[in-house]
Design a protein around this ligand. Structure first.
Ligand SMILES: Cc1cc2nc3c(=O)[nH]c(=O)nc-3n(C[C@H](O)[C@H](O)[C@H](O)COP(=O)(O)OP(=O)(O)OC[C@H]3O[C@@H](n4cnc5c(N)ncnc54)[C@H](O)[C@@H]3O)c2cc1C
Length: 541
């Protein structure tokens, strides 16, 4: 005899315990409703991707910006957002969510987090200034002290301390596969347990989908829906998303009439390396590419005509690299550049930030991050070092024997770049150097960007070459929702009882970012959409 399938009952079911699911739960605890979070992952992974994230938050018009004299307003941010998103006239809900974001990020995201106990670093960062056109015209990337890990810690503490805490229960290892519907109204979901495959069912009048995006899993969705504007799918892609970000929930929503928009809008990164010592197949680690490194193609030729510069324009760089023949490229730099500029997107390797070691962070800012550089060199097979360019070239060729290295072109590019630095800023024609000069004028970037560092400077060695791959990350498209976070069908009508938040909902409206992002809007978008989902449920929507 088989034991009967587990059967759960609550007022609200939340599918996915990432940041979107947890914020929804925290807000709903105020309402006295009973809640269950069903998550496919293990208990120690509660918090999803946010727990591994660096915790950069895009917010507009914050006290921190004001203190730094940054004259940002929702109007300026809205113009930036539209330029990058390239919305079409019919993108009604994405536009509405994006506008909501820029107008409410200060209160609903920044203040919400500070009230949870999050402190932000006193200097606002400035990624994504744009290559061909301006993206962020002002700095608005606020770094949560303690990274995304701390955000999740604070959220869990707030849930734990809530007077209605016992209204919420968690079911881990539960993979939701179907949403159940009766007489046109959602009434629960069904699925199977991870590992055993044992079925379960859960019943509730309202179901919130917050199960993340589609850019993870075995990457089959990434490949199937590869963005049309990117030339070709690189033969090797690294997974920088969740191992369960496989689109199962998108299919479940579509099966009951939910509209899923733009699976081909994907936000990937250009400087991925295989995650050292990872147990997850094909997992990638996303480096923040040093601005002073030269970006070379697989043959060692500098990519152009516009030289690529890290941290400037993710969309452009990925697009440009996908036009290359080979699936990898090289970052060429030296130890001095690495010490000052190398960083990792995520919290594992950024230990001073993750563990809130203020003095350590200041030391690393002033004297360079030796711990990070040495650890990466030690752990990664894709980071090569050498005393001379000849030796480095030999090692690069050994690493990738299938692609002949154009040593002459590499040496010529490096010497031309170094010569301009020798001549001095008055004679810069190299676009990368001109950008570095401007970048260093912003207080938040001066310390983190070398002052025109020659690559072959003998006192700055050894030389380094990093082999990088495209790394998948965020799904910009998702399940379409209105401003109440209600899931909409193809006729734009809400499906009664069904809500979506976070990456599952394309961070709002099925595609809040349109075609590109200003960065830091993912954690923020997850928080915002979760607030709206919970608010609507509390109001009895
Ligand atoms: C290393 C890294 C660094 C990042 N840095 C930043 C940053 O600095 N700023 C920023 O804005 N964004 C950043 N991001 C992106 C951001 O973290 C995510 O977009 C965001 O956390 C997504 O939250 P979510 O709750 O929507 O989904 P997720 O975090 O993906 O959570 C989804 C949850 O649903 C569960 N689940 C999936 N499928 C099912 C199913 N079928 N049944 C039940 N449960 C399921 C999963 O196990 C998971 O727990 C980063 C991401 C990574 C990986």
């Amino acid at each position: 005899m088989f034991a009967p399938a587990p059967c759960y009952h609550s007022d609200v079911l939340i599918v996915g315990g990432g940041i979107a699911g947890l914020v929804t739960a925290l807000k709903l605890l105020d309402s006295n409703l009973s809640l269950i979070i069903l998550d496919r992952d293990r208990k120690d992974k509660l918090g999803g991707l946010a727990k591994e994230s660096f915790g950069g938050i895009c917010a507009v018009g914050t006290p921190l910006q004001k203190r730094m004299g940054i004259p940002d307003t929702p109007e300026i941010a809205w113009e930036d957002w539209k330029r990058v998103a390239r919305f079409r006239r019919e993108d009604k809900w994405p536009k509405a969510w994006a506008k909501r974001y820029v107008e409410h990020s200060e209160k609903d995201i920044y203040t919400f987090l500070t009230e949870l106990g999050i402190r932000f670093l006193p200097v606002v960062n400035w990624p994504e200034r744009g290559m061909l056109q301006t993206a962020n015209s002002l700095p608005r990337w606020h770094i949560a002290w303690g990274t995304g890990h701390r955000i999740i810690e604070c959220l869990l503490k707030a849930i734990h301390d809530h007077p209605n805490r016992n209204k919420l229960s968690f079911r881990f290892g539960h993979c939701v596969k179907n949403i159940t519907i009766q007489q046109g109204k959602v009434c629960g979901c069904t699925g199977t347990m991870e590992g055993t495959g044992r079925p379960f069912e859960a019943h509730a009048d309202r179901v919130v989908l917050s199960a993340g995006g589609i850019c993870g899993g075995n990457l089959s969705r990434v490949r199937r829906h590869w963005p049309g504007h990117l030339d070709k799918i690189p033969s090797r892609l690294l997974n920088g998303s969740h191992r369960f970000a496989d689109g199962l929930i998108h299919d479940a929503a579509a099966a009951i009439g939910g509209k899923v928009d733009h699976p081909d809008r994907q936000w990937h990164y250009a400087a991925g390396i295989p995650y050292p010592k990872s147990l997850i197949e094909n997992q990638g680690l996303s480096l923040v590419p040093p601005r002073s490194a030269l970006w070379l193609n697989a043959k060692g030729e500098r990519i152009g005509p516009l030289p690529l510069m890290g941290y400037t324009d993710t969309g452009y760089i990925v697009e440009r690299l996908c036009r290359e023949e080979e699936p990898f490229s090289w970052l060429l730099l030296n130890r001095k550049i690495a010490l000052r500029e190398m960083a990792v997107s995520g919290c594992d390797y950024m230990t001073a930030f993750r563990h809130r070691k203020f003095l350590k962070m200041i030391r690393e800012l002033l004297f360079g991050n030796r711990e990070l550089t040495d650890r990466l060199i030690r752990e990664s097979d894709d980071i090569l070092t050498a005393a001379t360019l000849m030796e480095l070239g030999r090692k690069m060729q050994e690493k990738t024997p299938e692609v002949p290295l154009n040593m002459k072109a590499m040496e010529k590019a490096v010497r031309a770049y170094d010569r301009q630095i020798e001549w001095g800023p008055s004679f810069f024609t190299d676009d990368q150097l001109r950008r570095i000069a401007i970048t260093r004028k912003y207080r938040g970037d001066r310390l983190r960007t070398c002052k025109f560092q020659q690559i072959l400077d003998p006192s700055a060695g050894p030389l380094m070459a990093i082999r990088t791959f495209i790394l998948t990350r965020k799904s910009l498209g998702g399940i379409r929702t209105d401003l109440k976070s209600r899931v909409l069908n193809g006729q734009d009508s809400p499906i009664p009882g069904l809500f979506a938040a976070g990456e599952t909902a394309g961070f709002g409206g099925g595609n809040m970012h349109g075609k590109g992002a200003l960065e830091g809007t993912f954690l923020g978008g997850a928080i915002l959409t979760a607030h709206h989902a919970a608010g609507s449920i509390c109001k009895g929507e």
